[in-house]
Design a protein around this ligand. Structure first.
Ligand SMILES: Cc1cc2nc3c(=O)[nH]c(=O)nc-3n(C[C@H](O)[C@H](O)[C@H](O)COP(=O)(O)OP(=O)(O)OC[C@H]3O[C@@H](n4cnc5c(N)ncnc54)[C@H](O)[C@@H]3O)c2cc1C
Length: 436
């Protein structure tokens, strides 16, 4: 029995029902139409489209498929755009801001249709999501954003005043919030396993435990070097997101991996779950380092995630920090036992927007900024249509210039602990300003 401070398992909760596994080894082909680096949601979704359009596709993953972020995440179909609507209007103009938000809406709708039409068994529940405001001023801004999104993009979203908050989350921690009904939750382990199943069924050759070590031009195609040999590929698509390494140096300079940790509680009494999460919604909050949390699909446990300060170290301290975050929202859970605690990498770029771009003939689909459950399949598929030259289907507000490289960065995010501390300080100041 674990003591009260440690989790029973340091592997993702999702792996209990959907363990990640190696694919039985197969000989490398000499040549393929498209080589994909990374077999998470993005790489496999792209491979599915390409294979169904008759292309020969090899997808390489350094680890087991899904062992990156795709089976480690919260499974919240947020399709979140980090910059808020007002900031995007300032930065990119109103037309692009509306196009980006509208694409988020389309991408979520597409995901739900994709799950239904392909018959993907992944515990998807269209519950809606509540986001809590840390002060009344933030609540007012959320209410205005909800009104704009409802009016301009047609999203079913509304503000929830403090007096009605407990109908959504059993806590007085927030000062009201906003609900979006186009967000739900799924089981990411099962979802990934199902995409893998249909991608393989369509003919994608998935090579697990096969790191790509270099990509070089070769006439009108590429030579893709892997740990198991070299493959000639007509086109190359890189979908390595928060696990990008030296095999893709152009991308590596533009994406910063940030560690995110998730804890899961022991099974709680049904009446506790009904009180704390009365509508079984997905939950989040307006702090910079806000937590995201939800009931597990069986409704018996609470899963909570957030950013981790460091990139190294043992799991006990960070797990306790997460549990303290949970207790801030639900004080009665201060001593709750944890069944699981694990981490994974999300990928941030300087625009804080997902991106498709091409450089030296290689196409990249990445930068999901912690919201890839919706974005990775969507952007992966748009990237596949781009490779196929199907312009109308490839069209995306996220297909534009590569994000700028990060100064003084070559793959070791040494500055992240300082940045996280800075955000933590901003959150403290914001909480004080909100007179809390
Ligand atoms: C803890 C956590 C919680 C999250 N919660 C949510 C959430 O609730 N909702 C949401 O929308 N998003 C969430 N996300 C983000 C989401 O999981 C990711 O955005 C998404 O899974 C990215 O998918 P991907 O296919 O781009 O990358 P990944 O799934 O990370 O796959 C990249 C793959 O590339 C492989 N790779 C890297 N380099 C090489 C190489 N040289 N050769 C071969 N293979 C290579 C890696 O092994 C890896 O498997 C969360 C992420 C984390 C870590």
């Amino acid at each position: 029995m674990p003591d009260a401070t440690t989790a029973e398992k340091t592997t993702p909760y999702w792996w209990d029902a959907a363990p990640v596994r190696p694919i039985p080894p197969r000989p490398l082909p000499q040549a393929v139409d498209v080589a994909i680096v990374g077999a998470g949601f993005a790489g496999l979704s792209a491979g599915l489209v390409l294979a169904r359009e008759g292309r020969s596709v090899a997808a390489f993953d350094a680890a087991n498929p899904g062992e990156g972020a795709s089976t480690r995440n919260g499974g919240i179909t947020s399709g979140n755009i980090r910059p808020d609507f007002a900031t995007m209007v300032r930065r990119f103009g109103e037309a692009r801001a509306i196009a980006i938000e509208a694409e988020g809406h389309a991408a979520r709708k597409f995901l739900y249709r994709f799950i239904a039409e392909e018959g993907l068994d992944c515990d998807f529940q269209p519950t809606g999501a509540f986001k809590g405001a840390i002060g009344y001023r933030q609540y007012d801004a959320m209410a205005r954003s909800a009104e704009a999104l409802r009016g301009k993009v047609g999203i079913e979203t509304y503000a929830v005043p403090f007096a009605e908050q407990r109908n959504y989350v059993g806590s007085d921690f927030y000062r009201g919030g906003a609900v979006r009904m186009d967000i739900g939750g799924l089981h990411p382990g099962k979802f990934h396993a199902e995409i893998l199943r249909i991608a393989q069924g369509a003919g994608v050759a998935v090579h697990s435990g096969t790191p790509v070590t270099g990509i070089a031009r070769d006439g009108d195609g590429f030579r893709v070097a892997t740990a198991s040999g070299t493959v000639r590929a007509g086109r190359v698509l890189v979908c390595t997101n928060g696990y990008t390494d030296r095999a893709a140096p152009f991308l590596q300079r533009r994406l910063v991996p940030v560690r995110s940790r998730i804890i899961v509680t022991e099974a709680l009494a049904p009446e506790t779950m009904a009180r704390l999460m009365p509508r079984r919604m997905m939950l989040g909050e307006g702090r910079q380092l806000g937590h995201y949390y939800r009931p597990t699909p069986d409704g018996r446990r609470i899963l909570l995630g957030g950013r981790e300060s460091g990139n190294k170290g043992d799991p006990v301290g960070p797990s306790l920090l997460m549990r303290a975050g949970l207790a801030q929202i639900f004080p009665e859970l201060a001593d709750v036992r944890l069944s699981h605690s694990w981490f994974g990498n999300v990928a941030m770029n300087r625009d804080m927007l997902p991106r498709i771009f091409e450089a030296d003939g290689i196409v990249y689909a990445s930068g999901f900024c912690g919201s890839g459950t919706v974005w990775a399949p969507w952007i992966g598929m748009r990237a596949a249509y781009k490779l196929l030259g199907q312009e109308a289907r490839a069209s995306s507000a996220f297909d534009f210039r590569p994000p700028a490289s990060v100064p003084l960065y070559r793959g070791d995010p040494w500055f992240m602990p300082t940045i996280i501390q800075g955000y933590r300080l901003q959150d403290r100041i914001a909480m004080l300003r909100a007179r809390r």
